[in-house]
Write a protein that binds this ligand. Structure first.
Ligand SMILES: [Zn+2]
Length: 457
């Protein structure tokens, strides 16, 4: 049992003073007391503000290694599809050891940014060319090793990727490393599930049909029944071209099809959902599915702008993810989300809530939606939930003169993640004074994995 004591914390009922949080050995919050007296044995967090630590609901860890390598024009009209070509070249050479080293750095950076957990949308399953590794879940195991080393909470999302494009086109090139028909996916998922048993009990598994263009309609309809329990994640409606291709093939827009034909409900998280019409926005909000927004990556790839104003007005649930990991910043995702709306609607404070600041509204909604999306019992500082907690340094220069909601606004809009001082994931104290406890070793392995990888490219 550990006890944390802080002068200020954001609880479900609002800001509270002299808060004492006890954490049980199973990583859950046992008790939250406000206006409490400090026990001398408590971990006394002087000048720190405690918040629920959100989950990062969407990551492809290996793509972190490409950050900064695709910021030049490779075609007359550079867009998502030319970025994807470069990503596929990477896949010709990436090894399991490199996947582990890259993922470990990614998880260190996520924890230092204030995330306590991640939904890893994992699709590089096989050898270059498509042959299985001796252990069919070899690359999943490498993700698990990175999770074990860094202490981040994991919801593993093995990806079902059967076709190379809309209309059941064959896989080609880099896609061969992703490929699974139903039987191969079943085998892989079972192996990954058993490997997960070595991780702490808060780690979980779901499924991720990659996208409508990479699966078949019958396959999609059968999936929820074939894997009862656990979240279902899918890329949906990221690109205009994808919407047009799906509409031509299935006679419906992607989100429209998923809601109507696949029965997307509260188990589902639709990643991006950028291109939606008004009917889809209202339908997705009503369905209980979470919109998995990745504002930095969506801006980086030129996807377009999610209409968050209307979706939030319909009370839709959302969380944020770092997706391509081109920049890992929790405050950056949230500010980019709000700024995208300011530019789209020519207004300020588009996503603020009644009586609360924009920063607080964005943060708490993303904490709640992110937890729901990855099936993790976190997102609020209350008894019974996992102790996913982030502490901000209220004495940081960037937060000088701010209090309560303003501190969240200051973090998100004025500072950066350097104001994060400590992070606990299910009670595991992973970040202390702004630095991950294993950063040095993880950094060294990342540098040598990158040198090796660049030598192979
Ligand atoms: Zn993605």
């Amino acid at each position: 049992m550990t006890a944390l004591f802080a002068q200020r914390a954001l609880l479900p009922e609002g800001w509270a003073s002299n808060v004492r949080i006890t954490v049980a050995a199973d990583g859950r919050i046992e008790n939250v007391l406000k206006d409490a007296a400090r026990d001398p044995r408590d971990h006394n967090l002087v000048n720190r503000i405690l918040l629920p630590a959100p989950a990062n609901l969407h990551s492809h860890a290996f793509q972190r290694a490409m950050a900064g390598m695709t910021e030049y024009r490779s075609a007359a009209d550079d867009d998502f599809w030319s970025w994807r070509e470069l990503m596929y070249r990477f896949l010709d050479v990436l090894t399991p050891g490199q996947i582990e080293a890259i993922a470990a750095l990614v998880y260190v950076e996520m924890l230092e940014a204030g995330y306590a957990a991640v939904g890893e949308f994992h699709y590089v399953h096989h050898r270059p060319g498509g042959g299985s590794y001796d252990n069919i879940a070899e690359t999943s195991e490498r993700i698990f090793a990175a999770v074990a080393e860094t202490g981040i909470g994991l919801t593993h999302l093995p990806v079902l990727y059967t076709f190379g494009g809309a209309g059941k086109q064959p896989l080609a090139g880099g896609q061969l490393r992703f490929g699974c028909d139903d039987a191969r996916f079943q085998e892989l998922h079972a192996a990954a599930r058993s490997g997960l048993g070595h991780l702490p009990a808060d780690c979980a598994i779901g499924i991720a049909p990659h996208s409508l263009r990479a699966t078949g309609p019958q396959q999609m309809k059968a999936l929820a029944d074939a894997y009862p329990g656990g979240p279902i994640h899918i890329h949906a409606a990221e690109q205009d071209r994808e919407v047009a291709e799906i509409e031509a093939w299935l006679g419906a827009r992607p989100v429209e099809w998923l809601l109507g034909e696949a029965g997307a409900d509260a188990r589902w998280c639709l990643i991006h959902a950028t291109q939606m019409n008004d009917t889809e926005i209202a339908g997705l909000a009503r369905s209980g599915a979470v919109a998995g927004l990745c504002p930095i990556t969506e801006a980086n790839l030129g996807d377009g702008t999610f209409n968050a104003r209307d979706f939030v007005a319909e009370n839709g649930g959302f969380g944020v993810g770092s997706d391509s990991n081109v920049r890992i910043s929790l405050s950056g995702e949230l500010s980019q989300l709000e700024y995208s709306q300011r530019l789209r609607h020519k207004a300020r404070n588009v996503l603020s809530g009644k009586g609360v600041s924009t920063g607080r509204n964005l943060f708490l909604r993303a904490a709640e939606g992110g937890a729901r999306a990855i099936g993790r019992d976190s997102g609020a500082l209350e008894a019974g939930r996992l102790a996913d907690i982030v502490a901000l340094d209220a004495g940081h220069l960037s937060l000088c003169g701010l209090r309560d909601d303003q501190i969240l606004d200051g973090w998100i809009f004025a500072a950066d993640d350097r104001v994060v001082s400590d992070v606990w994931s299910a009670g595991r104290h992973c970040v202390i004074n702004g630095r991950h406890v294993r950063r040095d070793a993880v950094e060294r392995r990342y540098r040598s994995a990158m040198a090796e990888l660049l030598g192979l490219l």
